[in-house]
Design a protein around this ligand. Structure first.
Ligand SMILES: [Zn+2]
Length: 248
């Protein structure tokens, strides 16, 4: 296996995570690469991947180079693969989701700012329904921190549309903005530190696993870990010797 010498910038990590958000559990590494490359293939257009802001970010790169970058993201634990049916699909790791939910909530709030600027008064708030709960709470938290009273009409519309469980959260956000409750700077700083920490990623190292057949420990080398991650395989249960015996 050839050594990977590439290093992605924070911007690239964020862009790839933003792209991945549109295909989570729906597509694999190749589809993600095609989307970043700006492919006009049927599947890409059917899933409306061309509407994602990261679409075509790597227009100038060869597809295999984009694939290498995606594998780098998997190697460094920003993304991983899991089997859904017959195919390994891209999913976020906890680290990857932490970064993505942070930048995506910023994007959603930025969209509201644009609406205010354009004087949009009756947006359809249905798009926020059935989203990830943690992400919605983070978005509300950031709206509250903004202290921006212009958001209140959108919050009110959103609340009318929302399930009971979120209505209370939205009401509290509205109240906090109206009363201009002071923002806890420490909470913001801690959140930002977490994102910066997550962006460092992790580097794979050889480690050992215990064989479920003979009980001996065996090394699970980086090259194999990489292969298992890319294919969405579960960790090997048996040592190489027992594996060989099993298949004889
Ligand atoms: Zn064994």
């Amino acid at each position: 296996m050839k050594a990977k010498t590439i290093q992605l910038t924070h911007e690239e990590i964020k862009i790839i995570l933003r792209a991945a958000d549109s295909i989570i559990a729906e597509g694999g590494r190749t589809l993600l690469a095609k989307m970043l490359k700006g492919s006009r293939e049927k599947k890409v257009l059917e899933l409306e991947l061309d509407k994602n802001p990261a679409y075509g970010f790597y227009k100038q790169e060869k597809l295999e180079v984009v694939m290498e970058k995606i594998d780098w993201m998997i190697d460094h634990s920003f993304l991983t693969t899991e089997y859904f049916g017959k195919l390994p699909m891209i999913v976020f790791t906890e680290r990857g989701w932490l970064i993505e939910s942070d930048q995506y909530t910023d994007e959603l709030i930025h969209e509201w700012e644009k609406w205010i600027f354009r004087g949009k008064t009756k947006p359809d708030m249905n798009y926020l329904k059935d989203r990830n709960r943690g992400m919605i709470l983070l978005m509300l938290q950031k709206i509250r921190e903004s202290g921006n009273k212009s958001f209140i009409p959108y919050l009110t519309l959103w609340k009318e549309n929302e399930y009971k469980k979120f209505q209370a959260e939205i009401s509290q956000t509205i109240k906090a903005i109206e009363e201009q409750v002071p923002v806890d700077e420490a909470v913001i700083r801690e959140r930002e530190n977490k994102v910066q920490e997550a962006l460092k990623g992790v580097t794979l190292n050889d480690y050992s696993l215990k064989c479920f057949e003979c009980g001996e420990r065996f090394v699970f080398p980086v090259a194999e870990q990489r292969f298992y991650r890319q294919k969405g395989f579960k960790l090997p249960k048996r040592c190489p010797e027992c594996r060989e015996k099993k298949w004889k």
